[in-house]
Design a binder for this molecule. Sequence first.
Ligand code: A3P
Length: 303
Amino acid sequence: PKVKGLNGCDYYLYQCFWYDPSFLEGIMSVQERFNPQSTDIFLASFPKTGTTWLKALTFAICTRSRLSGSTTSSLLSKMPHDCVPFMEYDLAQNPSNRDLAIPLVSTHVPYTCLPKSIISSCCKIIYICRDAKDVFVSLWYFLARLQMSENVEPLLLEEAFELFCNGIANFGPYWDHVLGYWRASLEFPEKILFLTYEEMKKDTAAHIKKVAEFMDCSFTLEEEGEGEVQKIISMCSFEELSTLEVNKHGQRRLDTSITIQNSIYFRKGEIGDWANHLTPEMGARLDDIMERKLKGSGLKLPR
Ligand code: A3P
């Protein structure tokens, strides 16, 4: 089956999730062929839930020992998506298209559609999710900016909202994406760390420490004393990253036809911005859908 998707293109249903065809090819190819390194850590997320921030934080965590002395972090000159490759995009055609010294790979692929090699390996997965209303607003702005840069008229926010509420989004339904990783995190707590954008924002220090521990690179007391956690928080903050030259004016090429301005990955970085764009009725409707879909799972997403 196919439907008109949020970016105006047809989306296809594959293994219970909707995909823009440009993603589908990469997903099928990694399902067949992708082989992770046993030490790899996967950063999994639905688009617009905090992927860029999670990439920056985990990259900073696992490269911090190299930062002593005069070395500066690559995060100052490279966009976080260029520091941590996407499995289904960057590595689909060429799995060696990565720095093997960095054990990080990211993916938007739903848990049930991940390559079996990842599930059966001892690789760890860090999943981040976010309030659905903020995800939708963030996604709508992202797609609108992308389409305007290609001189395509974006869908009306109301039209896109209707699709999103029906589960239609790239890698959607959103709730099924979240539920897949949530259930797996309950079953395999040593393998999957489940995070929310909101909790990360509210207590970034505690979460950075938790993430570092999960990644087997906990902060030593000495590092904590030297303010290493705070340094990472500041370096990866929205304010800091969004004002770097590379993120303000750089761009990345997704495939031969799409060039994305790095700045569109940094919009506001706030909790609750949905209220400035959706009516209270729209907000209540999406909350209601999420509540119904997550019922019985034990998961309560922050609102
Ligand atoms: P908003 O559109 O609500 O501002 P993703 O990285 O998954 O594409 O998600 C993008 C969202 O994360 C955007 O949300 C973006 O502004 C926000 N974001 C990007 N960098 C961030 C950072 N360093 N800290 C917090 N939020 C960040």
